[in-house]
Design a protein around this ligand. Structure first.
Ligand SMILES: *Cc1c(COP(=O)(O)O)cnc(C)c1O
Length: 365
C-alpha cells in the first residue's frame, strides 16, 4: 500500500505554473512587490472579503509583523493549544504570553476565562482559529472593547472560512493566514496579514522590509519578510482551484464523520453553526476511559499500515523546553488533556474515500 501522510500539498498542473511564471524571464522583477505579488494581493482581498491584505514570505513572519505593527506591549492572552508559531511570535516580540484554557468542544479559546487573566499589563488577545474552527469572535470583540485590548487572530487554519455572511478576517484588528505548503491554500511558503484599517499598510510594509519607509528613512527596527514573485505565481494558480479543493475536502470530512461518529470513546471533528468551513484538518479525540486503545496506540497501528496521522498539537506550547518551565501547565487542564488524546487524521483534497474507509477500519478494529 502507498504511504498516506497527514497532508499532501495542493499543486496546479505543471504547465499552468510555467505559463504563470513565463513573463518573469522578461520582466526580471523577481521580488519586492512585483506584478504577481500585487495581483495576488488584490485577489486575496476579494476572496477573503477584507479591505486590505499584506503578503509575507511566511505566516509566522506575518504574525510577528502584525504584533510589532500594532505596537503590542506587556502581556498577551493566548492559548497553548496551537502550533509553535503563535507563542514563539509573542515571545520573540519581547512579550509575555498569558495562557487561557480552551473549549472542550471546538478547541478554541474559552472566552469565559479571558477576563480573569486581564491585568494592567495586558494589551492584546491573540486567539487561534484551531483546525479551522472559528473562535467566539463576538464575545472576544466585546471583551476587547471593554478593556481597550487589540485582537490579532492566528487564522493560519481558516483560509476561506466564513462566519454568517462575513469573511473570518473581518473580525479583530488583524488576522494572520499561513500559505505554507501544508495548508488549504499554499504559495509554497507564504502568508499574509488581513485587516480593515488602512493605516496598518505602511507599518506592515516597514516590518517586512528592514524598517524602511522610503529609501532614506528607517523609522522601525525590522527584518526582511517579503513574498517573492515565484511564491505569488504559485498562489495565483492555486487560488483558481481552491474552491474545488475545499469541496473535495468536505466530502472527505463527511466520510470520516459518517464512519467515526456514534462510536463510544471517539470524538471526531464536527461543524460549527453558521460557519462555512474549509475542512483544513480532521482531528479525533480519544477518551482514555472508554476507548479500548490510547491515542498513541492508534497512531502506531496506523503507522504500521503506512498511514501517518499526526499528534497535532502535542505537546502544548507552554510545555516547550525553550520556555524553561516558566508556565504552569496546570493552568490549562483542558488544553493539556486534549493534546494528550488528539490525533489529526490524513486530510487533503485528493484523499480517496476508500483510503478513509481503510483508516477508519484500522481505528475501529
Ligand atoms: C502553519 C501555522 C503557522 C505558521 O505559518 P507558516 O506559514 O508555516 O510560517 C502559525 N500558526 C498556526 C496555527 C499554524 O498552523
Amino acid at each position: 500500500m502507498d504511504r498516506i501522510n497527514v497532508t499532501r500539498s495542493s499543486m496546479p498542473a505543471f504547465e499552468e505554473y510555467t505559463e504563470e511564471i513565463k513573463n518573469l524571464w522578461e520582466s526580471r522583477w523577481l521580488t519586492n512587490m512585483g506584478a504577481k505579488h500585487n495581483e495576488l494581493q488584490d485577489k486575496l482581498c476579494e476572496y477573503l472579503s477584507v479591505r486590505s491584505v499584506s503578503l509575507f514570505t511566511n505566516g509566522h513572519m506575518a504574525l510577528e509583523a502584525a504584533i510589532a505593527a500594532l505596537k503590542i506591549t506587556g502581556e498577551v492572552i493566548t492559548t497553548p493549544f496551537t502550533f509553535a508559531s503563535t507563542t514563539q511570535a509573542i515571545v520573540r516580540n519581547g512579550l509575555t504570553p498569558v495562557f487561557c484554557d480552551i473549549n472542550e468542544d471546538d478547541y478554541t479559546i474559552d472566552v469565559k476565562k479571558i477576563e480573569s487573566l486581564i491585568t494592567d499589563k495586558t494589551s492584546a488577545i491573540i486567539p487561534v482559529h484551531v483546525y479551522g474552527n472559528v473562535c467566539n469572535v463576538y464575545e472576544i470583540e466585546k471583551i476587547a472593547k471593554n478593556y481597550g485590548l487589540k485582537v490579532i487572530y492566528d487564522a493560519a487554519h481558516t483560509f476561506g472560512v466564513r462566519v454568517g455572511d462575513r469573511g473570518v478576517a473581518s473580525f479583530g484588528d488583524a488576522s494572520m493566514f499561513s500559505f505554507h505548503a501544508t495548508k488549504v491554500f499554499n504559495t509554497i511558503e507564504g502568508g499574509c496579514v488581513a485587516y480593515s484599517d488602512d493605516s496598518l499598510t505602511d507599518k506592515l510594509k516597514a516590518q517586512m522590509n528592514f524598517g524602511m519607509s522610503d529609501s532614506e528613512h528607517y523609522p522601525e527596527i525590522a527584518g526582511n519578510a517579503k513574498m517573492n514573485e515565484f511564491q505569488a505565481a504559485m498562489g495565483l494558480c492555486n487560488l483558481r482551484h481552491v474552491d474545488e479543493e475545499i469541496a473535495k475536502r468536505k466530502l472527505a470530512a463527511q466520510r470520516y464523520i459518517e464512519r467515526l461518529s456514534k462510536i463510544p470513546g471517539i470524538k471526531p471533528w464536527h461543524e460549527q453553526e453558521k460557519v462555512k468551513h474549509n475542512y483544513a484538518y480532521f482531528p479525533v479525540v480519544f477518551d482514555k476511559e472508554i476507548f479500548p486503545k490510547s491515542r498513541d496506540e492508534v497512531a502506531d497501528e496506523l503507522a504500521e499500515n503506512n498511514i501517518f496521522a499526526r499528534k497535532y498539537f502535542y505537546p502544548i506550547t507552554s510545555e516547550f523546553e525553550c520556555y524553561g518551565g516558566l508556565f504552569d501547565i496546570q493552568d490549562t487542564p483542558i488544553a493539556k488533556r486534549v493534546s494528550e488524546n488528539v490525533l489529526t487524521l490524513p486530510m487533503y483534497a485528493d484523499l480517496a474515500l476508500d483510503d478513509i474507509d481503510r483508516i477508519c477500519d484500522i481505528i475501529l478494529n
